[in-house]
Design a protein. Sequence first.
Length: 316
Amino acid sequence: MVLLISDSLADRVVWLAENYRHNGLQLLDQQVLDVSSGVRIWGWSGIIAGSVGLTLGWQPVRKRIVVAASWLAGKTTHPLLLPAERFGGKFFLLAAAVLGFTAVSHWSLTEFKDVDWFGGEDGASEWWSVGTYLAASLLAVGTAWRLKQANQVRLTFLQIAFAAIFLLGALEEISWGQRLFDWDTPLALDAVNRQGETTLHNVGSVSVVIFAILFWGSVLALAGGAIRARNHLAGRVSSADFFLPTLVMAPALLMILVWRIGEPWAAVNLPRLVMEAFGFGPQGSEIPEVLLGLCLCIYTYTNLVRATALAKSTGT
C-alpha cells in the first residue's frame, strides 16, 4: 500500500511538515526528495521483511533449510572431542564488556572526530586498527601451528589464509609504509585514489565493495554465531568452531551492520535515526574499522584457545 500511494503519501507528509512550521518557510527541494525517498524505502523494506518472514514461517521451508544445512555441515565439518561452550555469567560479562567498548568507541570517535591525534590520519584509532589486525594475524598463525600439531590439515591452511588476509589489512591501514618511509605514490594509483596514497581500500569502486563486505560479513557472522551457540547448547562441537564466530562479538557486529547498511536504507535504519537525533549519527569510517579490529582479535583468540585444547587432547 505504501508503494502504491507513495507519491500522494509523500505529498501529504510534506504538506503536514510545511503547515507545522510557524514561520511559514517552505521545505527545501532536497528535503522533499528525502521524504519521498523515505516513503518508498519503507514500502520496499516492508515487502522484503514480509517476504522473508512469511517464507520462514512456512514449516516445510524451514525443514528444507535444516536438511540442507545439516547435509552441508556433514560434508564440510567433523566432530571434535572438545567441551561445549557454556553460556553463563562469564559469557554475558564478556558480551557486556564488548558492548561497553562499542558504546565508548562510538561516542568518542563521534564526539572527537576532528581531533587529529585521536580520529585523524595516523591517529590513535587508525593505529589501533593496525595493531589489532597484526595481533589477529599472529594469533591466526599460532592457531595454525596448534592445528598442525593436532593433524587438522584443512583447518591449518584456513588459518594461514586468515593470517595473510589480516596482515594485508594492516599493511593497507599504514599505506604499505608509505607515510612511514615517505615514498611517492605510483602515478596510476594516485589518479584514482581518494587520498593519493598507495592503498586499494581508498579507490572509489573498491571502497564500495569493502563497505558491502563489512555489512554482509556482519550479517553472516551474527548468523554463524547463532548457529554455533545452538550447536553448543545441544552439545555438538565440530570443526566449524574454527570458522563460526562466538556471539560475544554480537554488540560490535551489530554496530558495524548499522554503520554499513547503506545510504539507500537510511530511512529504515532505526538505530541510526536514533543516533542522529542525539547528534551521534554515523560519520566517516573509523568506528567500523576499530570494532572490526576488536572482533578479529576476539575471533582469532578464541580459535587459538580451542586449537590449543584440541592439540592437548591429542597428546601433542
